[in-house]
Design a protein around this ligand. Structure first.
Ligand SMILES: NC(=O)c1ccc[n+]([C@@H]2O[C@H](COP(=O)([O-])OP(=O)(O)OC[C@H]3O[C@@H](n4cnc5c(N)ncnc54)[C@H](OP(=O)(O)O)[C@@H]3O)[C@@H](O)[C@H]2O)c1
Length: 176
């Protein structure tokens, strides 16, 4: 049952999980707007705040994928969330990462989570998946000297299907 006539904004909407989140919500009858720099419903670039306001039009939920392949992004995300709250967003599902809750607070991955949790006017879901299986299907994990090397400390490491992450995200966005 559709409980909101408004739109869900899906950041990283052309990416591994974002495109699946968008598809899953649309299949359940929700209005969805994908965002990204190329080929999305709305042009959105983390480095260009002028693109952020249009993305939020008539939006009440957000799938938050933070800037990828960067270490410093908490301020950009905070500005984005300020705008989201002003625009009427009431729920954010955030794609974080495995182990973020054990990171030092000055690490932006955890700082973004804390910012989100501290915002009293919106609800949130924080997803902390391990490595995504689809990393094996592109150049995310390069082959070095004939081996795929990941920082597991020599221990066993689970990989998760992006489809399973997206399925959880869809549930949290459909029923915040
Ligand atoms: N990959 C993993 O194993 C894994 C595991 C756990 C958590 N995560 C987390 O998942 C998130 C996504 O990582 P991913 O590597 O799997 O990427 P992804 O979601 O497959 O792709 C990135 C998406 O973000 C968009 N994007 C990239 N740079 C952008 C920018 N500057 N401004 C606006 N949109 C931008 C891309 O579209 P455009 O290029 O067209 O803009 C694309 O839609 C990261 O926060 C990562 O920490 C990843």
């Amino acid at each position: 049952m559709i409980t909101s006539p408004k739109t869900t904004l899906v950041l990283g909407g052309t990416g591994r999980t974002g495109r699946l989140v968008a598809r899953g919500l649309a299949e359940r009858g929700y209005a969805v707007r994908t965002a990204g720099r190329h080929g999305a419903d709305v042009a959105f670039a983390w480095d260009d705040p002028t693109t952020h306001r249009a993305a939020h039009a008539d939006v009440d939920r957000v799938y938050l994928v933070t800037p990828v392949a960067r270490t410093r992004f908490v301020e950009a995300v905070a500005g984005f969330l300020d705008l989201a709250v002003d625009a009427g967003v009431r729920h954010v599902t955030h794609l974080s990462t495995y182990g973020s809750d054990r990171a030092p607070p000055e690490v932006d991955i955890l700082a973004v989570e804390r910012d989100l949790v501290g915002r009293g006017t919106i609800s949130h879901s924080i997803l902390r998946p391990a490595w995504v299986m689809q990393n094996f299907a592109d150049d995310h994990l390069p082959i070095v000297d004939g081996a795929i090397v990941v920082p597991t400390g020599g221990g066993a490491e689970a990989f998760v299907d992006a489809g399973d992450i997206a399925a959880v995200a869809v549930e949290t966005l459909a029923r915040p």
